[in-house]
Each structure stands twice: as structure tokens, then as C-alpha cells.
Design a protein around this ligand. Structure first.
Ligand code: NPW
Ligand code: ADP
Ligand code: K
Length: 518
């Protein structure tokens, strides 16, 4: 499991670290990491290191200091280094002296012979000739988008960009971008991930992220956010063991679909069938359609006739009228863990009395997209999606899974898991129904609700990726994806589960297969 720490947590940890290791030594360690990664990128993109040119974009603080020291180290490897100073009066003095001692040069962003945009000729030339650019404009102290001169410089860059700590212009805490910002090919960060590396636009703008060890590990507290890696998801995925039967691995009830929307029932039920080994009971007006597509399902016309289940997945396509309300109330009263999606959320938003049906001891997972979230609480999640999800999870005592390119999952006790898809293939109608079925099945198998949501979100986005990439017409592996529908996503769920279980197996013993029941 990976963690991500807020700037505040990192600063506090740094202060503790500085009691043991002098600050300049820590900075040089960070800068060494930036230089090493930049040299690697140069070798990959140009075939060599010595004789190449690197431009540094240097802002007013320690982020610029890191860039300047990285420039000094690169200079010693025979690279031509020019620092473009945005705030010459505030540029990190030791870093600047270090760069100059190493034979690097510094020019002003708005120096002599400016062009019509106010950029000095030397700065413009340095950017034009650079084989790579290091972004040291701003780091943990960033507020808002890039300012105009910085934005103009970044706009001109054509070479690959290495961001120091985080891409400048991105909000470090929320990952939001509200104006010009750097889009990095590579981000080199220190001690641990920051929220902006895994949330929304920030995750996209970070490119690939390398974490450099600067000795901070022992000083960091519990992370603000956690991310499940493939191996975590695979290790926790329920599979049957020798003593299991169809009941012991969990029976999930699916209350979804209607005469108008039978597809929602087929998709949610199919996801449940493929997620775990136990039994799936379907209850609702689309029983014939469900039986036709998933004959292993035990299907009935109403939740009252469904029989015993260990968890419910409810909502997609049930409608927001009286019958949908009745279904939801029945499920909430059952005392079983519930994953409530789609129309369930609309019903809960409109009718306070429905909450009274809920058994307070049974976990309730809500899986809104931004629109359903707004229906529930009266406002869209806004830029700080983590804070929004956390607040609502605590307020309603639910596990809240906020959908989107980055999925944010908040437990009522404040823990947050993030799933950063790094692609958008699941953005297709009906894919949410698949997610509901996956979560319901994991809840029925007894998986902790926060983990169930995290595991389901991971497998869901991986399945979409597997389906989108498929194979080319000649059968060879495809690098580019093609749009998919939710049925294709659903069909790829077993492949995604196998993939994450293999990741777990590789960690336990190379070449081994994770044994059933573990
Ligand atoms: N402590 C350490 O030893 C270590 C720290 N480390 C490094 O230090 C970095 C944090 O450094 P930091 O705190 O000095 O501030 P930093 O992020 O460089 O910002 C500087 C100034 O920029 C300005 N500014 C704000 N927003 C802006 C915007 N949108 N566009 C343009 N400018 C903007 C604002 O100044 P203003 O102009 O508003 O006065 C702000 O004060 C951290 O990310 C890591 O790289 C590593 O070396 C590990 C060891
Ligand atoms: N741009 C995107 N990138 C990645 N995943 C996305 C994106 N948009 C939506 N998703 C995911 O696709 C699913 C869509 O669910 P939902 O909005 O309920 O759709 P539907 O109701 O049509 O099934 C969610 O799991 C969501 O996180
Ligand atoms: K930066």
C-alpha cells in the first residue's frame, strides 16, 4: 500500500529530520535525485548525457534551490546548464553559487532584449536549445496557477520537463489546476508521494513519479491518503478454499434494473457473478433478462422473496418512484452491508425518512458521481474532493466512494483510499453498474467496506484498461486503446482479477500462484 502526505505533514517531518541532518545536506540529497533522474531521461530521449543542454526554471524558494543544485550536479557530468531566474532577488543563494562554481550560468527570465511577451533573449534561447527542462518554479508552498511570466516560459518549452517535487501550478493538496500549469514528463519528489501526485489533474500533470529517499521515512506520520497497489488488491481478493461452498464465500443480493432498464440488472449481476465464487441472488423486474444472461443466478421478482444474503448491491435502474423506494427501504432494513448506487442515492437525497430504515450497525456504502453527490448534499464536491468525501462520509456515517477519473473513497472514521485510474476508459454508460456489483460481492465475502471499495475500484479501472487495449486485428498486443462499452469492461473483470492476483503471487514467492482461500 502506498501513502501520500500533505505539505503540512511533510514540513513537520522535515523539521524533525533537520534536528538530525543539516538542512543543506537534505536539499543536496533531494537535488542529487533530481539530477540522477534527469540524466536518465536525457539518456533515454537523446541517447547520451555529456554535451546535452538543460534549462532550469527557478522560482523564489527551496524548490528553485533544488533545481539549482541539480543543475550543479548535472554540470559536473558535462551538461550545459542555464538557470532562468524568475525572482532573482529571492533565488536560493547557496544553490546559485553552487551552480556557478560548477560552471553553469544564470539568466533573468525578463532579461535584456525582451521579445513581445517580455521574455529576455537569453532565457528564450536557453529554453529553445534545451534537451530537458527542470521545473523548480514552485513546490510545496504553491498557491494558485502559474503567474504570467512563469506561464509564458512554460508555454514555450518543447523539451521533456522534469518537475521538482510537483508540477508548478498544480495545487499540492487537491491536485486541482486553475489556470496555467506545468505538464511534466517526470516528477521527482522527496520522502513520499503528495496528494497532488495521485489526485485529478495533478496526477495527469505529474507524468511518471519517482520518490527519492531523503531520510524522511522515520519522521512521517500516518499518510493523509492511501493507495492500493495491484499486489494489495490481489492479496485481499476472496477466492474459495478447500473447505468453502457456495454459501461460505458469501451470497450477494442484487436489487437493480427495471422493465425499462434491464441492462443495469444484467451488468450489476454479472459483475457480482464474476467477482467472487459464492451465490448471486437477483431480485427485481428484470429477472428474465438476468437469468438469460447469467443462468447461475438465483433470480426472483422481488426483494421480499430473495432469500438470505450476506450483502446487498442496490440501486442501478430501480427508478426513483414508489417501487424503487420500497426496494431500498427493504434492503436498508435487512441489517446486512449495503452498496447503494445511482437511483438509491437520489432516493436517499430526496427523502430523509428513508435514512430511518437503515440498520445503524450495518455498513452502508454510497457510490455517487459528482451529480449524485450534489443531489445528496446540495453542492458539487468542488476542487478538494478528498475533504468533500471525508466530510460527507462522517456526516452520514457511510463509506463514500466519489466517482471520477480519480476515485476517492472515504470511511466514516476519516481514512481515505484513492484509486487513480490514469486513463478514462471506464467513462462509459453502465460502467457504474459493474462497480456496484463488484462492491456488493466483496461486501458479501466479508471484506472490510473501505477495502472492498478500493479493491473494486482498482479491478474496475484495470478491467476497463484490459478491455480497451484488447489486441490488434493481427492478434498482437495493442499499445493504443479503443473505446469500450460496459459489457466489454464486465467481460474483462476475470482477467483483471487474475492480473492483480498474479501481482500478489509474485510478491509472495516468484513463480508461485496465490493458493485458494488465502
Ligand atoms: N525544507 C527543505 O530543506 C527541503 C525542501 N525541499 C524543497 O523545498 C520546496 C518547498 O520550498 P519553499 O517552502 O521554500 O517554497 P516553494 O514551493 O519553493 O515556493 C517558493 C515561493 O514561490 C512563490 N509562489 C507561490 N505560488 C506560486 C505560483 N503559483 N507561481 C509562482 N510562484 C509561486 C511564493 O513566493 P511569493 O512570490 O508569493 O513570495 C513561494 O513562497 C519543496 O517543494 C522541495 O522542492 C527539498 O529540498 C527537500 C528539503
Ligand atoms: N473520466 C473518467 N476516468 C476514469 N474513470 C471514470 C471517468 N468517468 C467515470 N469513470 C468511472 O466510470 C464509472 C461510471 O459510473 P456512473 O457515473 O455511475 O455511470 P453509469 O451510471 O452510466 O453506470 C465510475 O466507476 C467512475 O469512477
Ligand atoms: K516544481
Amino acid at each position: 500500500m502506498l501513502g501520500a502526505w500533505t505539505p503540512e505533514q511533510v514540513r513537520d517531518a522535515e523539521q524533525r529530520l533537520f534536528a538530525r541532518v543539516p538542512e543543506p545536506a537534505v536539499m543536496r540529497r533531494a537535488a542529487w535525485g533530481v539530477a540522477t533522474e534527469t540524466a536518465r531521461l536525457l539518456r533515454e530521449s537523446t541517447g547520451g548525457v555529456a554535451g546535452r543542454r538543460v534549462a532550469l526554471l527557478v522560482g523564489a524558494g527551496n524548490n528553485g534551490g533544488d533545481a539549482l543544485w541539480a543543475g550543479a550536479f548535472l554540470r559536473r557530468r558535462g551538461i550545459g546548464v542555464t538557470a532562468v531566474l524568475l525572482s532573482p532577488d529571492k533565488a536560493h543563494s547557496a544553490g546559485l553559487a553552487g551552480l556557478r562554481r560548477a560552471g553553469g550560468r544564470a539568466v533573468l527570465a525578463d532579461g535584456p532584449n525582451p521579445d513581445t511577451s517580455g521574455i529576455g533573449a537569453e532565457a528564450a534561447d536557453a529554453l529553445e536549445r534545451a534537451d530537458a527542462v527542470i521545473d523548480g518554479i514552485v513546490g510545496l508552498s504553491a498557491r494558485g496557477a502559474l503567474r504570467p511570466v512563469a506561464a509564458e516560459l512554460v508555454h514555450r518549452v518543447e523539451a521533456p520537463i522534469v518537475a521538482v517535487d510537483l508540477p508548478s501550478g498544480v495545487d499540492p493538496v487537491t491536485g486541482a489546476v486553475d489556470g496555467p500549469a506545468v505538464s511534466a514528463d517526470l516528477t521527482v519528489t522527496f520522502g513520499g508521494l503528495k496528494p497532488c501526485h495521485v489526485l485529478g489533474a495533478g496526477a495527469v500533470r505529474s507524468g511518471s513519479v519517482e520518490v527519492v529517499d531523503i531520510g524522511l521515512d522515520d519522521e512521517l506520520p500516518e499518510p493523509e491518503l492511501r493507495l492500493l497497489e495491484a499486489a494489495d488488491v490481489g492479496a485481499g481478493w476472496p477466492v474459495p478454499g478447500p473447505d468453502d461452498d457456495k454459501y461460505s464465500t458469501g451470497v450477494v443480493g442484487v436489487a437493480a434494473g427495471s422493465a425499462t432498464y434491464p441492462g443495469a440488472a444484467v451488468l450489476a449481476t454479472g459483475a457480482a457473478v464474476q467477482a467472487t465464487a459464492g451465490m448471486v441472488r437477483y431480485a427485481g423486474p428484470a429477472a428474465d433478462a438476468v437469468r438469460g444472461r447469467w443462468p447461475e443466478t438465483v433470480a426472483t421478482g422481488s426483494v421480499g422473496d430473495a432469500g438470505r444474503v450476506q450483502a446487498w448491491a442496490v440501486g442501478p435502474g430501480i427508478g426513483t418512484g414508489a417501487s424503487g423506494r420500497e426496494v431500498l427501504a427493504h434492503v436498508l432494513e435487512s441489517g446486512r452491508p449495503v452498496c447503494a448506487d445511482a437511483d438509491s442515492i437520489t432516493l436517499l437525497a430526496a427523502d430523509e425518512a428513508l435514512w430511518d430504515s437503515r440498520d445503524p450497525d450495518a455498513p452502508l456504502v454510497l457510490t455517487p458521481h459528482a451529480g449524485e453527490f450534489a443531489r445528496l448534499v446540495g453542492a458539487e464536491p468542488g476542487a478538494d474532493r478528498v475533504a468533500a468525501a471525508r466530510e460527507v462520509a462522517a456526516r452520514f456515517d457511510v463509506h463514500l466512494l466519489l466517482k471520477g477519473n480519480t476515485t476517492v473513497i472515504a470511511a466514516p472514521d476519516g481514512r481515505v483510499l484513492v484509486n487513480d485510474a490514469r486513463h478514462a476508459w471506464p467513462a462509459t454508460a453502465g460502467s457504474g453498474d459493474v462497480l456496484t456489483g463488484l462492491i456488493g460481492a466483496l461486501l458479501a465475502a466479508g471484506v472490510d467496506p473501505l477495502l472492498a471499495c478500493g479493491q473494486a475500484a482498482h479491478v474496475h479501472s484495470l478491467a476497463a484498461e484490459v478491455a480497451a487495449h484488447g489486441a490488434k486485428a493481427d492478434g498482437s498486443a495493442a499499445v493504443s486503446g479503443a473505446p469500450i462499452g460496459a459489457s466489454a469492461l464486465l467481460a474483462a473483470v476475470p482477467a483483471a482479477i487474475r492480473t492483480v492476483r498474479d501481482s500478489a503471487a509474485e510478491l509472495t514467492r516468484p513463480g508461485d500462484v496465490v493458493a485458494p482461500g488465502r
